[in-house]
Design a binder for this molecule. Structure first.
Ligand code: ATP
Ligand code: MG
Length: 362
């Protein structure tokens, strides 16, 4: 069957983003060849500090038109805070993509992989395997608020949470659909309706309303405080966890942290309707402290590519790429693994091991 070509804009960015991106692209190319997925890559040098220094801006004027022609953005990392402040680099690129392309879902897997040491004792691969769905556009991160009597002892500071029915329902629908696609069909909602008395009870009501459309999903909710404790103490109970912008932000760092090094975790910023491109990136940043040394773990970038395949419905290929990652990490070879995983290897040794593993599936 002829398949639609997936057009991928590759934006390596800065620091270790530049070092890990080629391995991610090569993994995708190898998988694409085996599973007959036509992939087309185009690399861009914008959204980086060198581009900023040359052009005085992080992006070209026509960036939106340019990137809109792609299905996905495969993003490394941006920022070199010693050279240009993060506000300039981050707000001038990555956060612009998320906002202008209405990537209202932030999706992260929380999956314990064999060969990766979890900071949680007695957890085996298979024990932890769930998804975190974060609302990415509204909620607590609004710019509505202000200060009065500033600098005096009567100082008052306020910042409003803004939730809309449109915004909350669409993230809940995404989370319920995801739960529906999973064998366990379980959805957990993060709330705090005992302390936040307007928005959170309303959020809970929207969850109950949406649940009516999904009678076979087992729905529960926890207050954010006990939910974070459960992430650590009984992560095996979760399947899909959905949270507002702030709660989702906290959970989506805590979850991957429970399953090992920051170097392996991926993240997707999704516009589910496909009206705009979605963005796939590693959770980690540009890591200036290790940049240029060739020692960055490429797995977060490669796994982000795996999420890309999954998002576009290439399930078999996505499963194969995840298996390749798991096989290589599971062998725990010190010469192959990077230092953050206790190895003596390099970006290249680990990246190439995964590419070769993929090729062995042929
Ligand atoms: P962000 O840019 O997302 O705000 P950050 O700048 O706070 O993140 P990172 O760049 O992710 O943080 O780096 C945090 C720490 O983790 C650094 O010490 C870095 O060396 C380490 N680290 C990050 N990514 C990797 C990786 N892929 N391999 C090995 N170590 C990594
Ligand atoms: Mg950073």
């Amino acid at each position: 069957m002829a398949q639609k070509t997936l057009k991928i804009a590759v934006v390596p960015g800065d620091g270790i983003g530049v070092e890990v991106t080629p391995f991610g692209v090569q993994c995708l190319q190898a998988i694409g060849e085996i599973y007959n997925i036509p992939l087309q890559f185009e690399e861009f040098d914008f959204a980086s500090v060198p581009y900023y220094k040359k052009h005085g801006d992080m992006l070209p004027k026509d960036w939106k038109t340019t990137l809109s022609q792609f299905d996905a953005i495969y993003f490394g990392a941006v920022g070199m805070p010693d050279e240009v402040p993060d506000e300039v680099t981050l707000w001038g690129s990555l956060l612009k993509f998320r906002r202008e392309f209405d990537q209202y879902v932030n999706l992260r897997p929380c999956r314990l992989i064999k060969g990766v040491k979890s900071p949680l004792a007695d957890r085996k691969p298979g024990d932890i395997d769930f998804w975190i769905v974060r609302e990415n556009t509204e909620g607590e991160y609004s710019s509505i608020g202000g200060k009065i009597f500033e600098g005096t002892d009567r100082e008052i500071v306020m910042q409003e949470t803004v939730m809309t029915r449109f915004g909350v329902d669409r993230i809940l629908k995404y989370a319920f659909d995801l739960a529906q696609s999973r064998p366990r069909k379980r959805l957990t909602s993060a709330t705090k309706s005992n302390g936040i008395s307007t928005t959170m009870p309303w959020w809970d009501a929207r969850v109950r309303e949406m649940a009516k459309n999904y009678p076979d999903i087992n729905v529960d909710k926890y207050h954010i405080d006990i939910l974070t404790a459960h992430f650590v103490q009984k992560p095996d109970i979760f399947d899909v966890v959905v949270g507002s912008n702030l709660f989702g932000d906290i959970l989506s760092d805590l979850g991957p942290a429970c399953t090992g090094t920051i170097g392996i975790a991926p993240s997707a910023n999704i516009n589910p309707e496909g009206k705009f491109p979605s963005l796939f990136e590693p959770v980690h940043g540009s890591a200036p402290d290790i940049a240029g040394k060739g020692v960055a773990n490429p797995v977060g970038m490669i796994w982000a590519g795996q999420m890309l395949l999954q998002h576009f419905g290439h399930t078999e290929a996505a499963e194969a790429l995840l298996r390749a990652i798991e096989n290589v990490l599971g062998r725990s070879q010190p010469d192959v693994l990077t230092a953050d995983m206790g190895g003596k290897g390099s970006t290249q040794s680990l990246g190439e091991a995964i590419i070769n593993e993929v090729k062995s599936f042929r």
